[in-house]
Design a binder for this molecule. Structure first.
Ligand SMILES: *Cc1c(COP(=O)(O)O)cnc(C)c1O
Length: 514
C-alpha cells in the first residue's frame, strides 16, 4: 500500500466506522455465531500472494464483524463498560503512525513527557494527593495495559520493598542500585504472602501465581456490604506471622467486580502500621474514575486512599472514555518501582537518564517497550474537558438510580446490594412468594440468567456473592456506556422482567419444568 492508496483506504475505513456507529443500536448486542465459526471460514495458511486491500477490508465486514460482541452498543450492560470514543480512536491512529517503543525518554521525548503531563492531569482530576503526582518528583503515575499488569507490577515492587526492609537497606542508594542480599532473599523469598478478600478480582490470585506465592482470600460478610475489614486482615496476617510467614502485600478494592463494594482502607491501613513489610495496593479498576466526582469521594474513601495507600490503579478504558487499553498505576514512591525494575545494560544508558533529568518508563514496568497511550488520554480530556468527563459519569450513575427505583418497586425482583455508582446487582425474588427460599431462588436466578444468555439482544453478567452468611447467585446490570440512554436501560430491563415471569411460571413448587 502506498501513500495514496492509504489515503483512500483510510477514508473508506473511517466511513465504515461511521456506518457501524450509526447502525450500532439496531444490531443485537451479542455475536450470533457458534464456536469455531471463523476458524472454519478462514484459510489455514497466510496467502502466498498479497491481496487487494478492498477485499481485505470487506472481509472485516463480512467475516469478522458478525463475530464481534458490540461492547460499544448502547445496550451493552455486561461485565463493565469498555468505553471507546472517537477521540480515543483517532489518537490510536496517530500513535500508530509514529509507532515506537518509547521505553526511554530519548526514544521519543514527547511520549515520555506527554505521559508525565496526562497522568498528573488525571491525578488532579481524581483528587489524588500530591505525593502521587509525577511532578512531585517522589511518586507518580505510569500508563499500562491492564489492571492485572498493574497489580503484578505492584506485587513485584512490594516484594522487593519487603525484602529490602528486612535487610535494612531500603532506599539507601540513590538510583536503583540496591541489591537485596541473596541470603535474605533465600530465607524470606518463599515465605511471602499476598492478601485480599473473597471479592478481590482474579488479578490477586494471578499475581500470586506469577510470583509463586500464596494468595489469602479473606472472607467478608454481607452485613459489611462485602467490604474487607481491618480486623479480618489483622487476623489473617497474625496467623501467618505466627506460622513464620512474611506478609508483604494487601490488595484492597474500591468497587469490586461482583457488587462494587469498597474495602475499609483506613481500617486496613491502621492495621498495617504494625507490619512494615506490608505494601498496600488499591485496585479501583472500574470505580476509580468516579473520584472525578467530588460528591462520591467520601463514599469511595478518597481521603483514606490518600493517607494510607502505597499504590493505586484505575482503568480509563472501562468507564473513563479512553479506548482500550489504558490503565493507570500510581505509586507514592517511584523508587518502589525503579529499585525493582531498573536493570540498565550499557546500550540502554543515556546521558539524560544518568543525569537524573528524565524519566525512563522502562524502569517503572515489566516490559521494555510500551505503547504511546498518553495521546488518547490527552485527546479525550482536551475534547471532553473535566466537566464533560464528569457529566459522562453522572449520566451512568443517574441511569442506575432510575433503574434501581424501577427494580425496587417491581413485584418479582429485589436489589441485592445497595447500587454502587452505575452498577446494579439484582435477582428474582418475588415479594409475594414466601415459599421461594434461598436455594430455590438461586436455581430460579440461574435459570433466568440462562434464558437471558440464550438471547442475542441482551447481555448481562451473572455473579455469586460469597460471604460468611451465604453465597447468593445474582445478576449484574452495569451502566456507563458512552451512547447509552435511559431508554436503552429500560428496553433491556423489560426483557429481564418478561423472562423473569417465564421462569416463575415454570416453577411447579418442586422443580423447574421446561
Ligand atoms: C475490570 C477489573 C479488573 C481487571 O482489569 P484488567 O484491566 O482487565 O486486568 C480488576 N479489578 C477490578 C475491580 C475490575 O473491575
Amino acid at each position: 500500500m502506498d501513500i495514496e492508496q492509504f489515503r483512500k483506504a483510510g477514508y473508506a475505513a473511517i466511513d465504515a466506522i461511521c456506518d457501524y456507529y450509526q447502525t450500532l443500536s439496531e444490531r443485537p448486542v451479542k455475536a450470533q455465531v457458534q464456536p469455531g465459526y471463523l476458524l472454519d471460514k478462514l484459510p489455514k495458511e497466510a496467502p502466498a500472494k498479497g491481496e487487494p486491500f478492498n477485499q481485505i477490508a470487506a472481509a472485516f465486514q463480512n467475516d469478522v464483524l458478525p463475530g464481534i460482541t458490540h461492547w460499544q452498543s448502547p445496550q451493552f450492560f455486561a461485565y463493565f463498560p469498555a468505553n471507546s470514543t472517537f477521540e480515543g480512536m483517532i489518537a490510536d491512529l496517530y500513535a500508530a503512525s509514529v509507532s515506537n517503543p518509547g521505553f526511554n525518554w530519548i526514544c521519543s521525548p514527547a511520549c515520555t513527557e506527554l505521559e508525565q503531563v496526562v497522568v498528573d492531569w488525571v491525578a488532579k482530576m481524581l483528587g489524588l494527593a500530591p505525593s502521587f503526582w509525577t511532578s512531585s518528583g517522589v511518586g507518580g503515575g505510569v500508563i499500562m495495559g491492564s489492571a492485572s499488569e498493574a497489580a503484578l507490577t505492584a506485587a513485584m515492587a512490594a516484594r522487593e520493598r519487603a525484602l529490602r526492609r528486612i535487610a535494612g537497606i531500603e532506599h539507601a542508594a540513590e538510583n536503583g542500585d540496591i541489591q537485596v542480599p541473596e541470603e535474605i532473599r533465600r530465607k524470606n523469598g518463599q515465605k511471602l504472602v499476598i492478601y485480599g478478600s473473597t471479592q478481590t478480582h482474579s488479578l490477586g490470585s494471578k499475581a500470586a501465581i506469577m510470583l509463586g506465592l500464596p494468595f489469602r482470600a479473606i472472607p467478608v460478610s454481607a452485613e459489611d456490604s462485602y467490604s474487607l475489614r481491618g480486623d479480618a486482615v489483622k487476623q489473617a496476617i497474625d496467623a501467618d506471622v505466627a506460622a513464620g510467614l512474611v506478609p508483604f502485600l494487601v490488595i484492597a478494592t474500591v468497587g469490586t467486580t461482583s457488587s462494587g463494594a469498597v474495602d475499609r482502607i483506613a481500617e486496613i491501613g491502621e492495621v498495617l502500621k504494625a507490619y512494615p513489610t506490608v505494601f498496600l495496593h488499591v485496585d479501583a479498576a472500574w470505580a476509580g474514575v468516579a473520584y472525578a466526582l467530588p460528591q462520591y469521594r467520601e463514599m469511595l474513601r478518597l481521603t483514606e486512599l490518600n493517607e494510607y495507600v502505597d499504590s493505586f490503579c484505575t482503568n480509563l478504558h472501562k468507564w473513563g472514555l479512553t479506548t482500550f487499553d489504558c490503565t493507570l498505576l500510581y505509586v507514592r514512591d517511584r523508587r518502589d518501582l525503579t529499585q525493582t525494575f531498573d536493570v540498565t545494560p550499557a546500550f540502554l544508558r543515556s546521558k539524560e537518564a544518568d543525569a537524573g533529568a528524565v524519566i525512563d518508563y522502562r524502569n517503572w514496568q515489566i516490559a521494555l517497550g510500551r505503547r504511546f497511550r498518553s495521546l488518547k488520554i490527552w485527546f479525550v480530556l482536551r475534547s471532553f474537558g473535566v466537566e464533560g468527563f464528569q457529566q459522562h459519569l453522572e449520566r451512568g450513575i443517574s441511569q442506575c438510580t432510575l433503574l434501581a427505583d424501577i427494580v425496587g418497586r417491581s413485584k418479582n425482583f429485589e436489589i441485592v446490594t445497595k447500587p454502587s455508582l452505575a452498577l446494579l446487582v439484582f435477582r428474582l425474588s418475588p415479594s409475594s412468594r414466601a415459599d421461594l427460599t434461598g436455594d430455590i431462588l438461586d436455581v430460579l436466578n440461574q435459570r433466568l440468567h440462562d434464558r437471558l444468555n440464550a438471547r442475542y439482544d441482551v447481555f448481562l453478567t451473572q455473579t455469586v456473592l460469597h460471604s460468611v452468611e451465604r453465597n447468593i447467585f445474582c445478576i449484574r446490570f452495569a451502566m456507563g456506556g458512552v451512547h447509552t440512554t435511559f431508554d436503552d436501560v429500560q428496553a433491556t430491563w423489560s426483557i429481564v422482567e418478561a423472562e423473569g415471569e417465564e421462569v416463575l411460571k415454570r416453577w411447579d413448587g418442586d422443580r423447574l419444568i421446561e
